[in-house]
Design a protein around this ligand. Structure first.
Ligand code: ASP
Length: 330
């Protein structure tokens, strides 16, 4: 059976257009359809290793504007294609801003039975497609290389020839082409001259959640538990948390959880902690993480459950938020 590699377009700078080919900053993201991006890459077909190419535009957004319904829509298309025997792997073109959130969501919600043998490679660009020195085409070619590599599986993110796992990856630079990092764990591997080089082992799959809860007929924003993120800092206070708890404007779903990006080892200013304690007493789940770029909250004892400290997550704040939203779905 001839195999297929599927490209799913979702927007981002990789599909962006500027008025000048020298302009890498003031452009419109999410303008060019993924099929057109593929057509514009010279020699792409030569990289297919015998597979056929298929593309679909799932949506067309600057990724800063995505919401859980978009994740859910994309997850549906990923599951649809991965379920087909002739599909070898998927490449998703995506904005860099929230690519790590989409990666984590897919890693948590696409059934393990599909991800254990096939890869989903998210790729992106830091310069628009119209740039004289656009990085998007090379990233797409490199992502295709990973998607057709023997043994590749799970949700990965490729940027600037470097492959990261969905669990570890974080955008760490707002302008550099090599904008992502995997912290202390390091990347999964690199693409060099059309060959993928694995550094150690493929990352382990994340524990999946019940798939059925992600397939309602008509998902709406209101179906997703509302979880907000607050940051602790010098001079932090509880005003925003109190406002969040009090405010249920028309159309807003009730607040179900708060993730705190704490200072250092997940520490929280005492005024903010007081407001969070009050929120927790009202039934709002509170999870603490760290605002530090690397490291995970370290507990004095592995089973430290002191309620005053709030439950800790080893994830970044944005991923801890997704984890809590998925947990609260049930
Ligand atoms: N704001 C853009 C997006 O995330 C940035 C990018 O793609 O690099 O869609």
């Amino acid at each position: 059976m001839q195999q297929r590699v599927v490209f799913l377009g979702t927007g981002g700078t990789i599909a962006g257009q500027a008025e000048s080919s020298q302009d890498n900053v003031s452009y419109q993201a999410a303008q060019i359809e993924v099929g057109k991006l593929l057509e514009a890459i010279p020699g792409l077909r030569g990289q297919l290793r015998g597979a056929l190419l298929h593309s679909e535009q799932v949506f067309q957004f600057n990724s800063k504007d995505l919401n859980p319904c978009h994740w859910q829509q994309l997850q549906g298309r990923v599951v649809h294609y991965l379920s087909q025997a002739d599909v070898r792997g998927i490449v998703i073109t995506h904005g860099t801003d929230t690519a790590e959130e989409t990666a984590y969501f897919l890693a948590r919600t696409v059934p393990e039975a599909l991800l254990c043998s096939k890869p989903v490679v998210i790729t992106c660009a830091m310069r628009p497609a119209t740039s004289a020195h656009s990085d998007g085409p090379q990233n797409m070619v490199d992502a295709l290389c990973v998607a057709t590599t023997e043994g590749a599986h799970g949700v990965l993110l490729l940027c600037s020839a470097t492959v990261h796992s969905a669990l570890r990856v974080q955008k760490v630079h707002l302008y550099r082409l090599d904008a992502f990092d995997s912290g202390e764990a390091g990347p999964v591997g690199v693409v060099e001259e059309g060959q993928f080089r694995l550094f150690g082992a493929w990352p382990e799959l994340l524990e999946t959640v019940t798939h059925r809860s992600l397939s309602p007929q008509a998902p709406t924003k209101q179906d997703w538990p509302r979880v907000e993120i607050v940051t602790s800092h010098a001079g932090a206070n509880g005003a925003s948390v109190r406002a969040m708890c009090a405010h249920t404007a028309q159309g807003d779903s009730p607040l179900r959880g708060i993730v705190v990006a704490g200072t250092g080892n997940g520490d929280i200013h005492h005024d903010l902690a007081q407001a969070l304690n009050d929120a927790q007493a009202q039934g709002v789940r509170v999870i603490r993480t760290s605002r530090c770029a690397t490291g995970s909250v370290v507990l004095a004892q592995p089973n430290d459950t002191d309620p005053k400290l709030f439950e800790a997550s080893p994830l970044s704040a944005v991923k801890a938020r997704i984890a809590l939203m998925l947990e609260l779905l049930d």
